[in-house]
Design a binder for this molecule. Sequence first.
Ligand SMILES: Cc1ncc(COP(=O)(O)O)c(C=O)c1O
Length: 326
Amino acid sequence: MQLDLNFVRQHFSAFTGDTRVEGHFFDSAAGSFPCLGTVEGLDRFYRHHKVQPGNPFAVSELAASEMAYAKQRWAEALGVKENEVGFGPSTTQNIYVLANAFRETWSSGDEIIVTNQDHESNIGAMTRAAKAAGAEVKIWSVDPETGFLAKSDLEKLLNANTRLVCFPHSSNIVGQKNNAKEIIELIHNCGSLVLVDGVSYVPHEIPDIGDLGADIYVFSLYKVYSVHQGLLVMREAVVDSLPKQGHYFKDSIDVSERFIPAGPDHAQIAASAPVLEYIETLAAHHGGPVQDLRSACDFVSSLWRVHEIALVKPLWIFSNQRIMCA
Ligand SMILES: Cc1ncc(COP(=O)(O)O)c(C=O)c1O
């Protein structure tokens, strides 16, 4: 089924009104335009309930309930529990905090694996943390012929000393989708934890992280038509087992309390939910499932895929011809 682009455009101020973008717009170090719901959500929060949330008066309770709602909706979309979802200033910062937590648990003899298909946010933070702990860092390198990560190469690096493997759900250079479920299973069979960087993947498909089985999954909402926040999913067992990085008195088994030390931007957390309403609206408009958010995410991701393939196809044909001529 074709994505109804006119319908999509109605949901972005970037394509309507006086300040609309004409023609094509390629953003550098790509983010995405926020959908209207995101902008309106921020505006509503800042106008009407920009107070400390969770105190016993109406506006404060409303602020807290909007934030809780966003957490609940994202948990539903990603197939995980609410206490496994946290919002931090960016993916880089979320990983930085995690790397510090891991550092406290690693020591000489431990091994950490990162890939050279990863973003610096993963490679740098994890390498520095491993070095500080006296642990060894191994690189799962892409096949120089294909630019792809081969599972067989990872198999050679894994052993009983492996503590953490970080890899990207997709490459933002060659666009390869790594078979995350299979890779995670392999890593778990070795007894290691796994962190998946979904920053370049989630704009193309909202993943079922529960089904994938990742211990930790990170991505940036500002690339998914939403607010400038990093979303951090940590499964409950990992939240409980790693040394917490938040205030000492915050002790519930909740990723936000333990691994997002910053005081959050309440408005951005609350305004992260409307993009999911946009996805449901898209699903309904195209005759897709609306009974649950997860199915709507799957359906809309498939619409995005069809559209993206149509967009990219001429580029692939053109570049293949160039390669053959070279
Ligand atoms: C694959 C990947 N991982 C991580 C990041 C870092 O994300 P953030 O900008 O939220 O720190 C980026 C940023 O572009 C990225 O492309």
